[in-house]
Write a protein that binds this ligand. Sequence first.
Ligand code: NAD
Length: 370
Amino acid sequence: MAKVVVDIAGKRPYDVRVAPGILQNLGEALRRLDRNPKALIITDLEVAKHYLNATKASLEDAGYHCSVITVPSGEEAKSVECAAEIWNAMADCKLNRDSLVVALGGGVIGDLAGFTGSTFMRGLPVVQVPTTLLSMVDSSVGGKTAINLEAGKNLVGTFCQPLYVCADIETLQTLPEREWACGCAEIAKSALIDSDDFFFWLCEHADQLAARNADVVQEAVVKSVVFKAQVVAADEQETKGVRECLNYGHTLAHAIETEAGYGVYSHGAAVAEGMRFAARLGVACCGTPLALVETQDHLLDELGLPALDLQADPERLLDLMFSDKKVRSNTLRFVLPRDVGDWEVVSLEPDVVLEHLRAWQQSLSCADQA
Ligand SMILES: NC(=O)c1ccc[n+]([C@@H]2O[C@H](COP(=O)([O-])OP(=O)(O)OC[C@H]3O[C@@H](n4cnc5c(N)ncnc54)[C@H](O)[C@@H]3O)[C@@H](O)[C@H]2O)c1
């Protein structure tokens, strides 16, 4: 079993455990950290079908009195209404400041349970049990929680580091292909930003990761968690310019998702396209070697994240990028790779971005005709 410790200055360090089959030992592991008898499991309908019984049994065998709240699957659950239902249920269950909240599911459940748990009675300890590849490699680590408003995604949230993270990679066996590719996009992002070691290891093992080879999945998750742990230890609340690197590929991705209509392309497909675009922008703006663009393209293809066939108006995409909540000035900030393991944030004027969006759209339509 692999253990990664997330050690943020001034915070209690916590373990991220990664291994097949560890869900059955969850209760025992938590007992070593916590003596309170109550736990509330928050999960979604799809995850509950597969993993709720095992999770509940593990906690009850370790002496926990467990309650369960199940919400619908998908992004809609990150709503004010769902959050209010959960707070009311927490009150009905008479949870107290020491009761555990267990987030069993993907990033949606992690964000929702993290948010409601970190705000109920000013904060209960939250345990993350990620069941998607994306949530194992990214959202369960680092303490960002959020719900959505009509006005935009993730507009209300907290920073709340979990007590413990249990990534049982056996739970990934039931994950649909589309969700698998979403996790692969975040792994590719982490590898490119992190180091030669991680990136070229991933290039060598991409086909095995796509085929879900258990050893490769285990190693990819551990490498990604080590990377994320380092980033959040250096910049927990995204105030020091380090955590921003996690946005690599995301500036264009958010615009693509909105333009195409949410759900048309998966988040991972949009992030992969955003990475392709950012690397090309890097060639023009910060000397990124062409070889990196080609290697990254090949890697994304192998991971099941082919170039998109989106035909969109570049000016409309530019407007969408400017309407993102993180844009504060009249320039757009892009995380660009100077090379593997070496990145910078570049602020670009709208006309420069527009020129590159046009070139990118042109290249997509040429590929379509070929
Ligand atoms: N907090 C952070 O740092 C952070 C980082 C990245 C993303 N996020 C958030 O994460 C969310 C996306 O997370 P996600 O991609 O995990 O999506 P998700 O939680 O919606 O899960 C995707 C789908 O897979 C199903 N599912 C989950 N685990 C399964 C399993 N093992 N077997 C079968 N089906 C399973 C779910 O029911 C859901 O339908 C977004 O809301 C995003 O904003 C947060």
